[in-house]
Design a protein around this ligand. Structure first.
Ligand code: FES
Length: 316
C-alpha cells in the first residue's frame, strides 16, 4: 500500500450502498487510471479488498468507489461502511486494470448487475468521450437498490442506458438473448460484463458463439462459487512440496495461503486472472470466467476452481 488517502466525502447512493470519495490529504494529483481499473484498499477490519473506480478517468484529484454492505460477505464491506468516516484516512494501493477497454473496437455492449455498475460507469464515460457507439444494460432488483440511477439518467449518454428491475422474480429477468444472439456476428464488437456470478454465467452461456477475445468479465461482488455437492480433494504444490486437503467451502487459494504459499490474487472471484496457476496433474472443475477453453487442460484459477479428480498437482 503506498498511499494514505482521506475520505473527502461519504454518501449513500442506494439502499446499503455507499460512495466514498478519496483524495490526497494535500489535494495532490492521484496516479492516473483507465476505465475498468480498481484499487486495493486496506479496510478497517484489516482485510484487503479491491474496489472498482467509478469516476471519470480524466479526473486526477479523486478516486470514487462504491461499497455495498454484504451481510453474507467476509466483513470487509461492513467495516468500510461502519468504520470509515468522513475525514478518516485509508491505505490504498496503485490502480490496477485487469478489465481494460479495447480502444480499437467499433462498438461496445456493457452489462452491469447490481454493484457491478461501478467499472462500467467509468467505461461509459470514456466511451462517450471517445465518441464510440455503446449500450449499457443495467440490471437490478428495484430502483431503491440501484446505485447512481439518477446520475446515469442525467448523463449525456443517458439514451444509451437500458435499466431493468426484476423485483427479485426469476421470471422477470431482462432477456439478453435477443441482444447477444445477433451481436455475436458483428465484427469489431466488444462486451464487458460485471455483476453477480449468476448474471456472468448467463452471459457466458449466451455468448458461446462469440469470439472469446470479445467477451470480458469482472466481479468484486460476493461470489457463490461453493456448491452443495462439493467434495474434498487433495492438492500437491510441486515447487513448495506442500500437500493440502481442500474441504468443501474452502478454496485452493485459501489452503495455499494456510501453508505459507504466496499466490498472487486480487478479485478472488475468478474474474481478474491474477491467480492463474499451472495445472500439472489431475482434472479441474473450472469455475472461473477468464480461462480460454484451450487453456483449461493446463491452467487453473485456484481462487474459485476445484477438482473433478481426487487429486491435483499445481506448480506453486
Ligand atoms: S484472484 Fe482473480 S481470478 Fe483468481
Amino acid at each position: 500500500m503506498n498511499m494514505n488517502l482521506k475520505v473527502a466525502s461519504k454518501a449513500t447512493v442506494a439502499q446499503d450502498i455507499y460512495q466514498f470519495e478519496l483524495q490526497h490529504v494535500d489535494g495532490a494529483p492521484l496516479p492516473a487510471f483507465t476505465a475498468g481499473a480498481h484499487i486495493p484498499v486496506l479496510t478497517p477490519s484489516g482485510s484487503m479488498r479491491s474496489y472498482s473506480l467509478c469516476n471519470d478517468p480524466e479526473e486526477t484529484h479523486r478516486y470514487l468507489i462504491a461499497v455495498k454492505r454484504e451481510a453474507a460477505g467476509r466483513g470487509g464491506s461492513i467495516s468500510m461502511i461502519d468504520g470509515l468516516h468522513l475525514g478518516d484516512t485509508v491505505a490504498v494501493g496503485q490502480p490496477l486494470n485487469h478489465f481494460p477497454l479495447d480502444p480499437q473496437a467499433q462498438k461496445y455492449v456493457l452489462i452491469a448487475g447490481g454493484i457491478g455498475i461501478t467499472p462500467l460507469m467509468a467505461m461509459a464515460k470514456t466511451l462517450y468521450q471517445w465518441d464510440k457507439p455503446f449500450k449499457l444494460y443495467y440490471l437490478t432488483r428495484d430502483p431503491e437498490s440501484t446505485a447512481f440511477l439518477n446520475q446515469l439518467k442525467a448523463e449525456p449518454f443517458a439514451q444509451n442506458l437500458v435499466c431493468h428491475h426484476d423485483a427479485g422474480l426469476p421470471g422477470n429477468n431482462f432477456d439478453l438473448w435477443p441482444v447477444l444472439e445477433k451481436s455475436g456476428s458483428l465484427a469489431g464488437l466488444q462486451l464487458y460484463c460485471c455483476g453477480p456470478a449468476g448474471l456472468m454465467s448467463a452471459v457466458k452461456d449466451m455468448t458461446g458463439h462469440w469470439p472469446s477475445s470479445a467477451v470480458h468479465f469482472e466481479s468484486f461482488g460476493v461470489q457463490q462459487t461453493s456448491q452443495v455437492n462439493d467434495t474434498p480433494f487433495t492438492v500437491n504444490f510441486s515447487k513448495s512440496a506442500h500437500q493440502v486437503n481442500v474441504p468443501a467451502g474452502t478454496s485452493i487459494l485459501q489452503m495455499a495461503r494456510s501453508v505459507g504459499i504466496a499466490m498472487p490474487a486480487s478479485c478472488e472471484s475468478g474474474t481478474c486472472g491474477s491467480c492463474k496457476t499451472r495445472l500439472l496433474e489431475g482434472s479441474a472443475d473450472h469455475r472461473d470466467h477468464v480461462l480460454l477453453p484451450e487453456d483449461r487442460a493446463h491452467w487453473i484459477m485456484p481462487c474459485v476452481s476445484r477438482a473433478l479428480s481426487d487429486h491435483l498437482t499445481l506448480e506453486a
